[in-house]
Design a protein around this ligand. Sequence first.
Ligand code: NDP
Length: 277
Amino acid sequence: MTDARPLTAGVMGWPITHSKSPLIFAHWFQQAGLNGRYCHLAVAEADFETVVSALPKAGFRGVNVTVPHKLSALEIADEATPTARAMGAANVLTFSPEVGVIADNTDGYGFLENLKKGAPAWKSDTSPTVVLGAGGAARAVIHALLADGVSSIRLLNRSAEKAQALANDLPGPIDVIPWTDRSDALEGAGLLVNATSLGMTGKPPLEISLGALPKSAIVTDLVYAPLETDLLAQARANANPIVDGLGMLLHQARPAFRAWFGIDPVVDAALREICLK
Ligand code: NDP
């Protein structure tokens, strides 16, 4: 008997109601003319493995995974991509009848796609890149930048030991610089990435002067609430090219849609509008 259930997937976290992923997937289902459904799955940490093991039987093709499940998602997987292993965390689980649960991490892919689409002039092998932050998002960003051939990264984080640990885990041309030197570290840079949570609604501001940053340097912020952070507003005022963080959220969802439903969906202006409402 054929499986007449709609194409099914979801996003699992605790809490989860804030996630925009259902809006993104609904748009892509509609664009592709697919009968699909994508739901929030509020699952407590202790129940993660039990729930994941049951989902394929309920017709799920896969799930996106967010806080607090990203580490467990990698641990319980039958297979993991090299990127997920390098991150030590997964944000996508694909249910394969042959293999079982396959873990991937697409944050770095989303970051790079957003950067390349938003700043087509960016070249990986030119001037140094300054990355602020050493959390999970910074790890994904740096892994993607190194894989793309970036030749010099200046890494700054409030907790220096976390920056050093990240640099040790991801071998490459990374210089760890004290957080207090963040304004001076911009001298001669070609790309500035804010991968801290500073500047996000409800969080403290990111205090930095862009005076030393070349006018040609691209400035991108992973924070997308607000869409134009103070950092991006300051960069815009200085005539630096800017790339906001919403595109990263949208592009990181593409590989999951492709893996589960066999179609590479498009990130377009209509999707951005939907997610900004
Ligand atoms: P983590 O909690 O893992 O890391 C937070 C980072 O922010 C750390 O580097 C931390 O420094 C720094 N930080 C927090 N508070 C302060 C402070 N008061 N002063 C200085 N530094 C501070 O979070 P993630 O890495 O997962 O996410 C970081 C940001 O990126 C979040 O705002 C998140 O929403 C955004 N993000 C956006 C995505 C997108 O698709 N656009 C995808 C993923 C994340 P320390 O180590 O010293 O604590």
